[in-house]
Design a binder for this molecule. Structure first.
Ligand code: SAM
Length: 279
């Protein structure tokens, strides 16, 4: 008997992975959590039936959400991460010896527990002494923060269910306040290809632009996300991610990466015309 995981990317398009076995399934207070084992992508985590991470392609997403801002400002010491329950973003951030503090605010403790048990590849650094995990809503948390962080990374689910508040104007305004004078905000920014995702992308971009003088998007190829083409938002009070990126300083750190490099850092901000028009 064959078992397939199938996700509807649009009402007319489906994406499927053959499953060897289901390792975990639970309904938390916030969402349904599943972990599967597959031959092609290794283990993978889904929330409410939507793909979050696979062992095979998670390096692309986590390299891009972390190393792009970190290479733009080598002065980043205090970081706020919102969401990120699988731990991949924390794993990449804690590779920087000079990062002093990482506050991770994840709404669902059950996701973290499941990933610690079944996805050690991403969850391996959640115990780093610089990381403090709080289990609460990211929007609620940022409301009371002022000028504390050099970088905020929003590693969230899509703009419905628990993640909805993390795509609002109020949230981006609170992030602006929570950042220091040269702060950077990076968020997972949906995709430009299918209409539903493109609408979410355009809405988020419009809201971020109202607060931040520098507001760009950058792209990566992520095979298991809808259309395989995904965007990240880069907003900043001061730094331009292309002009100000310090490639030499980043390379001196000797961080080995499987996807990110300094040439790609510049290239990923070169956006296709159809995406530019949509923004
Ligand atoms: N890489 C993934 C993607 O884009 O598909 C995101 C990974 S991570 C698993 C997303 C996390 O965001 C989930 O664990 C979810 O519980 C968390 N999350 C959703 N809404 C949140 C909120 N309002 N505050 C904090 N965390 C939230």
């Amino acid at each position: 008997m064959e078992i397939w995981y199938t996700e509807e990317h649009t009402p007319d398009v489906r994406f499927s992975i053959r499953v060897e076995k289901q390792l975990y399934s639970a309904q938390s207070k916030f969402q349904r959590i599943d972990v599967f084992e597959s031959r092609e992508f290794g283990r993978f985590l889904t929330l409410d039936g939507l793909m979050m991470v696979t062992e095979k392609d998670e390096f692309i997403y986590h390299d891009m959400i972390v190393h792009v801002p970190m290479a733009t400002n080598p002065g980043i010491r205090n970081v706020l991460v919102i969401g990120a329950g699988d731990g991949g973003t924390i794993r990449e951030l804690t590779r920087y010896p000079y990062v002093e503090r990482v506050d991770m605010v994840e709404i669902d403790e059950e996701v973290v527990k499941a990933c610690m048990e079944y996805l050690p590849q991403t969850a391996c650094s959640l115990g780093d002494p610089r990381v403090r995990i709080r289990y609460e809503d990211g929007l609620k948390f940022v409301r009371s923060r002022h000028g504390e962080y050099d970088l905020i990374i929003v590693d969230s689910t899509d703009p419905f269910g628990p993640g909805e508040g993390l795509f609002t104007k109020e949230f981006y305004g609170c992030c602006y306040k929570a950042l220091r004078e040269d702060g950077i905000l990076v968020n997972q920014h949906e995709s430009a290809y299918y209409a539903e995702y493109a609408d979410a992308m355009a809405r988020a971009h419009r809201c971020v632009k109202e607060f931040f003088p520098v507001c760009k998007v950058y792209q990566a190829h992520i095979p298991t996300y809808p259309s395989g083409y995904w965007l990240f938002g880069f907003a900043s009070k001061k730094y331009d991610p292309v002009k100000d990126a310090d490639a030499d300083a980043w390379q001196r750190l000797g961080i080995q990466t499987k996807y990110y490099n300094s040439a790609l850092h510049k290239g990923c901000f070169a956006i296709p015309n159809y995406v530019k028009e949509r923004l």
